[in-house]
Design a protein around this ligand. Structure first.
Ligand code: NDP
Ligand SMILES: O=C(O)C1=N[C@H](C(=O)O)C[C@H](O)C1
Length: 233
């Protein structure tokens, strides 16, 4: 598979290592405006760039019939536009706030726990995420996906970053500590006890492997998919 890397930072470099090990070729390593590059030989594009570039990168690929995987976070107010364009142009697209197998299992655990906790009025929930200090967005895309999973099954109807909340607004705390690849913890607290579930990435390998697996999976497909489709969970 000939891969174009849209973004060649920490994740782009990790994806390159895994893609080469799995027998793929990297034909572009793009860190600036995508429009001047020739995509003739590209089979799939993998976007791990910056929030302000993701929309242009993804839509450029869709318009040129290149299947595209995006893990960039912090641009999701334009997600519905991308979905519409993908349908209109018959493109192929996957976005995931987190491509690691472990976090995608954690998303399922989060939904299951939220359903059970929705019966128990005495517990309040909060989400904490910790990332490295170079991260541009907060809260993390993963924390937002976790919050959406809780909102779907409980009385909560919104989330709020680092501030006081009310009974139906779920608080998210974002901490920035050098070199932390990504930690997410959900805690339900009552006066009697606390229940927590936590995912801690030890490095970026899981994110990168998931993105390459998604790129392999989407090759012969059209449409908008998620990691649930890729992993069949
Ligand atoms: N979904 C997931 O599983 C994961 C998602 N992420 C997300 O992926 C994104 C990238 O993370 P990370 O690699 O750590 O960040 P980095 O800052 O290390 O890399 C981003 C790269 O994008 C480049 N860039 C700038 N403008 C453009 C452009 N127009 N087109 C393409 N690339 C451009 C930057 O170049 P320059 O430095 O020259 O500006 C930089 O090399 C973030 O949004 C992060 O949240 C991260 C890990 C896992
Ligand atoms: O920026 C990062 O590093 C990460 N970003 C993603 C997010 O915002 O959830 C995924 C992972 O936690 C690492």
């Amino acid at each position: 598979m000939n891969i174009a890397l849209l973004g060649y930072g920490r994740m782009g470099k990790e994806i390159e290592k895994i893609a080469l090990k799995r027998g793929h070729s990297i034909v572009h390593k793009i860190s600036s405006d995508i429009s001047s590059f020739d995509f003739t030989s590209v089979d799939v594009a993998i976007d791990f760039s910056i929030p302000s570039a993701a929309y242009q990168n993804i839509t450029h690929c869709i318009k040129h019939q290149i299947p595209v995987i995006s893990g960039t976070t912090g641009w999701l107010e334009q997600y519905d536009d991308v979905v519409n364009m993908c349908e209109t142009k018959n493109g192929a697209f996957i976005y995931a706030s987190n491509f690691s197998l472990g976090v995608n299992i954690f998303f399922e655990m989060n939904a299951y726990l939220a359903k059970m906790m929705s019966q128990l009025e005495d517990y309040k929930v909060n989400i904490e995420e910790i990332h490295h200090t170079k991260k541009l967005d907060a809260p993390s895309g993963t924390a937002i996906t976790l919050a959406e999973g809780i909102i779907q099954h409980t009385k909560y109807n919104d989330w709020k970053l680092d501030g006081s909340t009310n009974d139906v607004t779920l608080p998210i705390v974002a901490k920035r500590i050098p070199e932390v690849p990504g930690t997410h913890e959900i805690t339900y607290t009552s006066s009697i006890d606390s229940i927590s579930i936590k995912h801690e990435a030890h490095n970026r390998e899981g994110f990168a492997l998931g993105a390459v697996v998604a790129a392999e999976w989407i090759q012969d497909k059209k449409g908008v998919y998620t990691m649930k489709d890729v992993l069949n969970i």
